[in-house]
Design a binder for this molecule. Structure first.
Ligand code: ADP
Length: 409
């Protein structure tokens, strides 16, 4: 009788032992780092793969607080605050989080590029018991990426110069004051000129996107009143919309004495680089024109105490729902019968996102296929008081007066 009862117990103990053995065989064989951290932040499992990447052995790491072992650093090698790390976020939010761009300082203080995915662990009562992190050393891949970006930025920088020269000579050839050409030659040269400009813009976009990726985008933020800045810019851009027969309206004007009935809108100041902001707005405006055959483009400006919100709305092609999540990725273009004949690189929105993120802003789109799209940009707003104080300081430093749009007189 005892024998009968003992058999399943022994089998269970055996199978549990087998399970443990199997798990440890698997964990030991995995090349990726695997770490299990409990809700108190203590490392409970640390496989040999994790040891190779971090330089800590399982004996050293298990039982320690994860913060002692996982020292996250940013691209400049500076320590990342514990609360901003993926482990902290996963432990507090109970969400699965992925970070393909993280770096760790190893035990010997060597920086290792890692890609991590951290998921919550829950027990049978759905209570979180900790997190499991899986990570791998991606130093080689990241070096390759950086070399590729370097090549693209050097090549596009070098190619921009001769293209600019060709564009200049074509402009001269098209200038009636300096060159005599017949109508046919003018037609050919105009086409060559348009293509050269397109090529020049392509090199510029490649250069900007390569720089945006490795954080080398030049950025000289200044206090800008987004309304008057955009109004000025749109008055330069509007011809392309008018040429296509599109209507253009906006609520950007700050009103004033000329039209007494007009409501004076609030001033929306933000700290941004005017050249970068011009790139973003021009890109969104050009896209609105490019992807709209008939109807109107509406520029809107609104906000609250914390945020300035700029919107560019069109009545054009619209974007299919399944494309929306990918739109701000590098080289992504919507591929359908509406867009196939329209030229482009898929770099514009990627660059826009990178620039807006420089200022802790957000860019997104709401769109209805075949009805139109609205692109939104949110930027942190500066209070008028703070903006004016900063402008006064700016003009004191430069010894010049300042205009409300951030320009100097
Ligand atoms: P490009 O216009 O050079 O292709 P972008 O990065 O500026 O690259 O835009 C990516 C894609 O998003 C475009 O190819 C287009 O399909 C879609 N798109 C962008 N703006 C609009 C818009 N206003 N209306 C419809 N589709 C748009």
């Amino acid at each position: 009788m005892w024998g009968k009862k003992a058999a399943p117990a022994a089998a269970l103990a055996g199978s549990l032992h087998d399970e443990k053995l199997k798990s440890s065989i698997i964990l030991n064989a995995i090349e990726d780092g695997v770490v299990l951290i409990d809700c108190q932040g203590i490392i409970r499992v640390f496989n040999p793969g994790a040891g190779v990447i971090t330089g800590w052995s399982a004996e050293e790491a298990e039982g320690l607080d994860w913060r002692l072992v996982f020292k996250f650093v940013d691209t400049k090698g500076q320590a990342v605050a514990d609360n901003d790390t993926i482990f902290s976020k996963a432990l507090t939010s109970a969400l699965s989080i992925r970070d393909n761009a993280a770096s760790l300082a190893s035990k010997s203080n060597k920086t290792v590029a890692v890609s991590l995915s951290v998921s919550p662990l829950v027990d049978s009562t759905k209570t979180q018991t900790g997190v499991v992190g899986i990570f791998r050393d991606v130093s080689v891949e990241r070096q390759d990426e950086s070399r590729r970006a370097d090549f693209i930025s050097t090549a596009s920088h070098e190619m921009r110069t001769p293209v600019a020269a060709i564009e200049g000579y074509l402009s001269l050839a098209l200038n009636e004051k300096v060159a005599n050409i017949d109508a046919k030659a003018r037609d050919y040269l105009e086409k060559a000129h348009a293509s050269t400009r397109h090529l020049g813009q392509l090199f510029q976009d490649l250069l900007t996107s390569a720089k945006a990726e490795d954080g080398r985008l030049t950025n000289h933020p200044r206090v800008i009143e987004i309304g008057s800045f955009t109004e000025q810019l749109v008055s330069d851009l509007k011809f392309s919309a008018e040429k296509k027969g599109l209507f253009l309206d906006s609520n950007l004007s700050s009103g004033g004495t000329a039209e007494p009935m007009r409501v004076v809108r609030p001033l929306y100041y933000a700290l941004v680089d005017p050249e970068r902001m011009q790139e973003v707005i021009t890109n969104l405006f050009d896209n609105a024109v490019k992807y709209t055959d008939t109807g109107r483009i509406t520029i809107g400006l609104t906000g609250n105490e914390q945020v300035v919100q700029l919107s560019i709305k069109d009545t054009g092609n619209g974007i299919p729902t399944e494309d929306v999540p990918h739109l701000f990725q590098k080289f992504y273009r919507v591929d359908n019968s509406d867009t196939r004949t329209i030229g482009g690189t898929g770099l514009g929105l990627f660059i826009c996102r990178k620039i807006v993120e420089l200022y802790q802003g957000r860019i997104w789109v709401e769109s209805e296929f075949h009805k139109g799209s609205t692109f939104f940009i949110n930027l942190p707003r500066l209070t008028t008081q703070k903006a004016e104080a900063m402008l006064a300081e700016e003009s004191n430093n430069s010894g010049l007066g300042s205009l409300p749009n951030g320009g100097t007189v």
